[in-house]
Design a protein around this ligand. Structure first.
Ligand code: B1M
Length: 210
């Protein structure tokens, strides 16, 4: 049995090689993929954020930690997504304009896929126009917006407004999430739902689709 504290510390210290090897060993030993994410990788990223706030870590350390987390997540994501059966809806997902954070968004994608949704992953720094195009041209029924910066949260409102201006707002449900986002903010900007976790985003999608 691998010591899972090593996975936590590897993400915290930006050691991608160890993060990947420990995840591989943990999965081979039968550990639950979601448990590895929620109990070891995410707490490590929370600690990275705390150290960044205290000026103990700087952007290079954030980048290394993100790279280590991504290396481990690459192994876990297909397992989370494989739980899905028949597609139950199409979701256009992206991190909003101005925002480059994609680890949480990628987890949301895996959980939605696991919930049986077809996910059109638009990536990061996605403009309101790109979301509108995904609804118009690709038939997305849900628009899922992620933001990690307080400064990019207004891009969520801009996206809801762009959907209205393009005359497609009543065709889609809009769901939002990301560390600084709250239910209050979601209600204020006219979104249909908010979830604070990736796992919650999958049940929220079901709920808003009725
Ligand atoms: Co950034 N960063 N960062 N960063 N970074 C934060 C977010 C920050 C809180 C750090 C801090 O100060 N403590 C801070 C934001 C402060 C604020 O706005 N209040 C911050 C800052 C300031 C910045 C820069 C401005 C730093 C700089 O350059 N001076 C810069 C901005 C760049 C930009 O986007 N334009 C920047 C850059 C970066 C890196 C590129 C170095 C890197 C990102 C790499 C990558 O994503 N590829 C990075 C990282 C790694 C972080 C922290 C440390 C970790 C983020 C993360 O991946 N968490 C972060 C601090 C923190 O969060 N503790 C921080 C793990 C991930 C699984 O959680 O993304 O929250 P999270 O997703 C969760 C939920 O939020 C939810 O589900 C996920 C799992 O449950 N969720 C949804 C997310 N989207 C959802 C959508 C939904 C539903 C749920 O429905 C659609």
């Amino acid at each position: 049995m691998p010591n899972l504290q090593i996975l936590h510390d590897a993400v915290l210290n930006g050691d991608a090689k160890t993060a990947k090897a420990t995840t591989e060993a943990a999965l081979a030993a039968g550990h639950e993929p979601l448990k590895l994410v929620q109990e070891y990788m995410m707490p490590a990223m929370t600690e990275v954020g705390r150290r960044f706030e205290c000026n103990e870590y700087f952007v290079p350390e954030l980048l290394l930690a993100a790279r280590a987390m991504k290396a481990a997540l690459e192994l876990v994501r297909p397992l989370l997504a494989a739980q899905g059966n028949q597609p139950t809806g199409r979701v256009a997902l992206g991190t909003v304009k101005g925002d480059m954070h994609d680890i949480g968004k990628n987890l949301v994608a895996a959980m939605l896929e696991g919930g049986g949704y077809e996910v059109i992953d638009l990536g990061v720094n996605v403009s309101p126009e790109q979301f509108v195009a995904a609804v118009r041209d690709k038939g997305a029924q849900i628009v899922a917006l992620s933001a990690l910066l307080t400064t990019t949260m207004p891009s969520m409102k801009a996206t809801v407004d762009a959907l209205k201006d393009a005359g497609v707002r009543d065709r889609v449900k809009v769901i939002v999430g990301g560390a600084p986002v709250t239910q209050k903010y979601a209600t204020e900007i006219g979104a249909d739902g908010f979830s604070e976790s990736a796992a919650g985003a999958a049940s929220l999608a079901k709920q808003v689709m009725g």
